[in-house]
Design a protein around this ligand. Sequence first.
Ligand code: MN
Ligand code: MN
Length: 463
Amino acid sequence: MSNETLRENLLFKAKNGYDLITEAQKAEMEAYCKDYTAFMDAAKTEREAVTYAVAAAEKAGFKPMVPGMELKLGDRVYCNNRGKSIMLAVIGEKSLEEGANITAAHIDSPRMDVKPNPLYEDSEIAYLKTHYYGGIKKYQWTTIPLAIHGVVYKKNGEVITITIGEDDSDPVFFISDLLIHLSADQMKKTLAEGITGEQLNLILGTVPMADDDGADRVKLAAMALLNEKYGLIEEDFLSAELTIVPAGKCREVGLDRSLLAAYGHDDRVCSYAALAPLLKLGTPAKTAVCVLADKEEIGSVGISGMQSQCFENFMADLCAAQGASLLHCFANSFCLSADVTNAFDPNFPDTCDKRNNSKLNYGVGICKYTGSRGKGGASDAAAEAMGYLRTLFQKNSVVWQAATLGKVDQGGGGTVAAYMANRNIVTVDAGVPVLCMHAPYEIVSKYDCYMTMKAMDAVYTGL
Ligand code: MN
Ligand code: MN
C-alpha cells in the first residue's frame, strides 16, 4: 500500500462544507436561513420566541397538552410554560418506556433588564436604569441603537406588551460612552472596568414638561408620554419585565452573503434549528421532544429554566397517557443539548486550541464536554454517546465537527446539558459555531445553521 493510500485511509481530514454541498442543498440552505431570519426579527426575547413557537406549532397541528388527555400515535402536543419556555412533542410508535429523542435549546439571550425603580432625571436628561442579564462586555452595549421589549402588569391587572425601537418609524434608545477627547483616565482602565454596570443607563428623553416649575420636569414629561401611549404610571415599573436589546434586524454578512449577523443567535439559532424540523416531522419511531428553555444565560435556574420541574411535569403527563414510568423513560432517552459554541477567530488565535476548535462552515459543532479548568461543571459525554451520534449523523448526511470552548484554562462555559444528564438522560452538547458570542450582534455561517437543523432532524428520527 502506498503512503498516499495510507494517508488517505488512516488520517482524518475535515472538509469545508462548501466543498461538500450540492446545488439542491444550497437552495434548501438559503430557504431555511430566510425562515430563520424572519424568526430572529420576530423573536428577540424568550417571551417573543414562545409566542412565535406557539403560533407556528398551532399551524402545524400541535395542541396544548392537557393532563389526562388521551394521546395517540402521531399526536402533536405542546406545553407553554407561562409564556417563557415551551416544550413540544410528537408521539412516536414505541412506548415512552423505551425513551424519547429530545433536543433542548434556550431562547433567552444576554441583554439589559430594566430595574424595578428605573426612571430618573439627571442634568435634564431622563434615563432608565438597567441591570445586565447574562455575561456581557458592558462597553459593547454603549453607542448602539437599542430597543425596549417587554410586558407590564398594570395596577388594574391588565398586562400590556411594549415594543419600541424596531419599526422604522419608531425612535430608538442609547447608552452613552465618553468622547475619546476626554478619555485619558478611562482609556487606562481594563475593558471590564471602562464601562460599569451602573453606567448602563438608557437615555429616554430630554424635553422638559411645559408650563411647569416643579422638580424633574424631563422625567415627568417622559412619564407623561408613557402614560399617553400605554396608560402607565411610574409605580407600574414595579410589576414590569422590560428588556433592552439591540434594535435592528438580522442581516447577511459578506460579499458572498455566507454569514448572518443578528442579536441573540445564542441560542435562538439552535432553538429554531430544533423547532423547525419538529414542526415538519412525520410519525417518529420514538416520541420526539423539543425543549426551548429560558434562563440558560443565568444558570438555567428558576421556574422557566432547564432545572425547573416543568420538564418532569410535561414528560410525566406524556408518560401517564401511556402508563409508562417517567424514570424508565428518562433512562432510555437521548438528548442533544443544542447550544452555540465558539467559532475559531483568527483575530484571537491564542485563546483556542486550533486543532480542537470548531470553524465556520465546517458544520454543526459537537462538544463532548464544556466546562472550565479541568472540565469543571461539564456534562462529559461518554464514548458510546459520541459513537451513537457519529453513526446517526453519517446515516443522515449531517456534516459535523468536534468543538471545544477555547484552550484549556482560558475560560469556559456551560449549557443545559448537565441538567439533562442529571436526569439520567444520555446527553451530548452540539451547536452552531458563533463569532463574537454575547456581543450585541453575533455572527454565524448559513451552512452551519443548515447543518444544525439537519442534525436536530436526525436526532428526532433516531437510529
Ligand atoms: Mn447558549
Ligand atoms: Mn450564552
